[in-house]
Write a protein that binds this ligand. Structure first.
Ligand code: C5P
Length: 223
């Protein structure tokens, strides 16, 4: 395998309601992070997985993942971007393709991991999985009064794993300023072209209680 996957899993998950850090919330009896890592490890190109865990949970996460797949676990940071940077610093020599994948996208199929990696291998510097936007999108002011309708045909909803030539992601993080919520955003700021590949409905980000309920149903239906 020529791929290392960084898994930022250090977030609190406030939008899911009170409880454990989000990556450790249970889905069908197992933490989201276990579901995510199991699917990453099932992708044939994946050589190394580095997880950024909540600082207080590093030892516990190591124990949790040991039976699932060989992983490197490091403490994450205060922002997602800092967690990704910490994981990136722990990647050994070897992998030439780096994927960044949110633990919260716990049901992402190994096929999507492979398709993003393949697009980078084909020569693209940066690759993101996307879905079309299905809802009509309005821009509003501070009083929730509509300013206008955005042309939905030109919009895409972005998922993970996001894939990068290793040198491109390393340079983007070295130059990073204000924290962004996605790594392709850092690469765009460097003037690097970011290409899209088709995403997967199963790669939904488990953010709110409804998403967790939906994910439970998907697992029950598909096994
Ligand atoms: O909060 P949000 O859903 O945007 O988080 C996306 C991903 O980034 C999650 O997997 C979360 O665990 C991770 N994260 C992190 N370190 C932080 C904040 C978020 O690794 N400080």
């Amino acid at each position: 395998g020529d791929v290392a996957v960084l898994v930022p899993a250090a977030g609190a998950g406030v939008r899911l309601g009170p409880g454990r850090p989000k990556a450790l919330r249970l889905l069908a009896g197992e933490p989201l992070l276990v579901h995510a890592v199991r699917r990453l490890a099932a992708a044939a190109s994946v050589h190394t997985i580095v997880v950024a865990a909540p600082a207080a949970e590093v030892a516990g996460v190591r124990e949790l993942l040991a039976p699932v797949a060989p992983v490197i676990v490091v403490p994450g940071g205060a922002e997602r971007q800092a967690s990704v940077a910490a994981a990136l610093a722990a990647v050994p020599a070897g992998p030439t393709i780096i994927l960044v994948h949110d633990a919260a996208r716990a049901l992402t199929p190994p096929e999507l991991v492979e398709s993003v990696a393949a697009a980078v291998r084909d020569g693209r510097a940066a690759v993101i999985p996307v879905l079309p936007v299905v809802d009509t999108i309005k821009e509003v002011d501070a009083d929730e009064v509509v300013l206008g309708t955005v042309d939905r045909a030109a919009l895409r909803a972005v998922q993970t794993p996001q894939g990068f030539r290793r040198s491109v992601l390393t340079a983007a993080h070295a130059a990073a300023g204000d924290p962004l919520t996605d790594d392709a955003g850092l690469v765009e700021k460097q003037g690097v072209a970011v290409s899209c590949v088709p995403g997967s409905e199963y790669a939904l980000k488990i953010t709110r209680p409804f998403d967790l309920a939906l994910a439970e149903h998907l697992l029950a239906a598909d096994g």
